[in-house]
Write a protein that binds this ligand. Structure first.
Ligand SMILES: [Fe+2]
Length: 328
């Protein structure tokens, strides 16, 4: 009975974008106008999509995609011209920035020699382990210091290779394989729009989890997909009893998409040489290589990242006072 009442109250309320996760675009990016699109909602993925298997409860964006109107654009994008006294919101801001070509050049040269399209991911990663190749990563890490919210050591999650033409690109193995064994493509299952759980924090702590910086090392645009609501926003939209039974929030995304399939997914373009920063432990997301012709290649780090603009003064103050996470 509680579920029915709650659903009736909210179903129309979540058929259009709400103000939630905010997007911040670095001013030096090209092509600001044609950078975001919104879907018509989400739909359950067919268990088999072409040659690909999806998990039984997977959701993917529902086309058609369209450009946001001006009020939707304002809901999605933070106003970078005004100082926000709360500073960069680790768990609810997404940024896009550009890594200069000379910084990326040594690594790109190595990657092109490795010809990733001809290698399995395992072989590709093995070859990338040489000291010379590791040296090529150092200038990138050095450059990224400007996006550290405070001095720390980010974790290099690694390099990810994805095939072109994928509506959503995150996959997992259907069953565990012995370490070192080559991945059998037939054993891969795509998960659809999902939540990361690198730190598996409870819902009320998710906004404090490390966020992710992901560089597009490919030659074509790629797309980051997300629902612009934090995990706390999702829990507020759902039946309190369901939330109570899921303290880490790992099923809230699926419940939300099941109950509110009209709520749009945002598609954010990340051009070659650009990086996105996103709290992937705190929002439902995936990436897409649907319009690509070539292999999708990214480098991903986990840390505390943000774009340097006026809003970060509060974060710096908090670091000095030892009160880093006072704001949500
Ligand atoms: Fe993810």
């Amino acid at each position: 009975m509680v579920t029915k009442q709650y659903s009736e109250l909210n179903s129309d309320h979540y058929s259009a974008l709400h103000k939630g996760v905010q997007l911040v675009l670095s001013p030096d990016l090209e092509g600001q106008a044609q950078r975001i699109w919104i879907s018509s909602g989400v739909t359950r993925a067919a268990t088999m999509s072409g040659h690909r298997s999806y998990a039984p409860n997977a959701f993917i964006p529902q086309p058609p995609w369209r450009l946001p109107n001006s009020s939707e654009y304002q809901l999605l994008c933070a106003d970078n011209s005004q100082a926000n006294p709360l500073g960069w919101q680790l768990g609810s801001f997404i940024g896009v920035c550009r890594i200069p070509d000379p910084v990326l050049a040594p690594l790109i040269t190595i990657l092109e020699k490795l010809e990733p399209a001809t290698l399995s991911r395992q072989h590709f990663l093995e070859r990338l382990q040489s000291p010379e190749n590791k040296q090529a990563i150092l200038p990138i890490i050095q450059f990224l210091h400007r996006y550290f919210l405070f001095p720390h050591q980010p974790k290099l999650l690694g390099f990810y290779l994805k095939q072109p033409g994928l509506e959503t690109s995150t996959a997992t193995l259907a069953q565990l394989q012995p370490p070192g064994q080559a991945i059998d493509p037939d054993q891969v299952v795509y998960v659809g729009m999902h939540l990361d759980s690198w730190e598996l924090a409870p819902v009320e702590q998710r906004h404090r989890s490390r966020n992710r910086l992901c560089i597009n090392l490919g030659r074509e645009d790629r797309f980051f997909l997300f629902i612009n609501l934090t995990l706390k926003d999702l829990s507020d939209a759902l039946n309190p009893l369901e939330v109570k039974n899921d303290p880490n929030g790992v099923r809230l995304g699926e419940l939300f998409m099941q109950r509110y399939p009209s709520y749009p997914v945002v598609k954010l373009k990340v051009a070659p040489g650009e990086a996105y920063i996103a709290p992937t432990d705190n929002l439902i997301h995936d990436a897409s290589s649907i319009d690509k012709q070539q292999i999708d290649l990214t480098m991903t780090l986990l840390g505390y990242f943000g774009l340097p603009f006026v809003m970060n003064r509060r974060v710096l103050l908090d670091v000095v006072t030892g009160n880093v996470w006072s704001s949500s």
